[in-house]
Write a protein that binds this ligand. Sequence first.
Ligand SMILES: Nc1nc2c(ncn2[C@@H]2O[C@H](COP(=O)(O)OP(=O)(O)O)[C@@H](O)[C@H]2O)c(=O)[nH]1
Ligand SMILES: [Mg+2]
Length: 444
Amino acid sequence: MFEELSNRFDSIFKKLRGRGKLTEENISEAVRDVKRALLEADVNYKVVKKFSAHVQEKALGSQVLQSITPGQQFVKLVHDELTGLMGGSTRQIKFHNNRLNVIVLAGLQGSGKTTASAKLALHFRKQGHRPLLVACDMYRAAAVDQLETLGKSLNIPVYSDRSKKPVEIAKNALEYAKDESLSLVIIDTAGRLHIDTEMMAELKEICSLSKPDEIFFVADAMTGQDAVNVAEQFHREVNFSGVILTKLDGDARGGAALSILDVTGVPVQYVGVSEKPDGLEVFHPERMASRILGMGDIISLVERAQETVDLEQNKKLEKKIRKNIFTLQDFLDQLRQIKKMGPLSDLLAMIPGMGRQLQNTEIDNSALGKIEAIICSMTKVEREKPQIIDGNRKRRIASGSGTTVQDVNKLLKQFDTMKQMMKRMNKIAGKRGQNAALRSLSPF
Ligand SMILES: Nc1nc2c(ncn2[C@@H]2O[C@H](COP(=O)(O)OP(=O)(O)O)[C@@H](O)[C@H]2O)c(=O)[nH]1
Ligand SMILES: [Mg+2]
């Protein structure tokens, strides 16, 4: 996401950094470049105009021009302004402990409401809430099934009633949640392809009945400025409190993320980064600005690792490495942990300075899949004692995993090298060495 924009900023800044001193002309030129980059990223033109005027004015002030590192000062200025444009600090939901909390999701059809409902339920359950999902989209027959399936897979209760109208369903669901002492109700509503009066009337009715603490407008980032326009129209009708921007994992250019707050006055609060229920991230304007400007987002990376990496498992692994009994099965487990963290290219882009460097190297997730397939085609004994894998076994493993004998050989060789290295590290450097060996396990 934001790759194009990120590249553009990179070359603008490179030009500036190369100079020891900046003139007013240099600044004006850089601001013009910034303006063009934002327009090309599909940022609303009014927002761009205001933004660049702001940057220009501040950059011509003494802080940048008279600084000993004017290029860097300019980058910092753009970073701060971008952060402000996206809302400054991260907005948190305030929950009430002593009563039921209600969230309503609204937006056009296909924007990702139902998916986001499930994602939010999962997100808040992790924080100790007891959520109930409510299926109020009676407009499309399959919508209720979709939410029920999601709820089932996450083991989160779903309230539905195919014989009732949405407003009645919402009302009964609130009663049900109170009876069951649940703490949070998330209402998924119907969308249409375009805003229409019937949909709005229904939404308003649901809201006036359920008195939500939060109304989230769900917008598809891939639709760019359309998402912003729809948000503006929605906001005139329903006073939503936050925005969930979905499908940021696609090739969204960033226009919506950078314009929605300025146009509607409501900040983006969550972003959807995959189709899966765990593909939701809290939106941090500051970190996002860093990511866009290629400064990396190490904090998000660490958070994601903490969420997905099993500490117990890692401790066991460390022990095995120390005793030199690390097997292909352990390797497979490690690989799966890394895969759980998301596409490799996404992870790497979060590391400061990496985003750019990796541009021309291909990061191949399918390579991980291949390794996984090969190990999965091995028997338990083979995973523990790869030295018994002879030509016959190699052929069997290759055909079982849909790979070639060369692929199997390559993996075995890599694994062997890795073990040798661990052994050496163990010998040389005691504890420090083990950690280094552990780190070297990551295939990147
Ligand atoms: N890649 C990706 N797909 C998403 C995301 N959110 C939703 N989708 C997909 O978008 C489509 C529409 O989502 P849905 O929740 O049914 O939208 P609704 O009509 O607003 O309820 C589905 O195929 C989802 O899997 C996201 O963050 N990333
Ligand atoms: Mg839906």
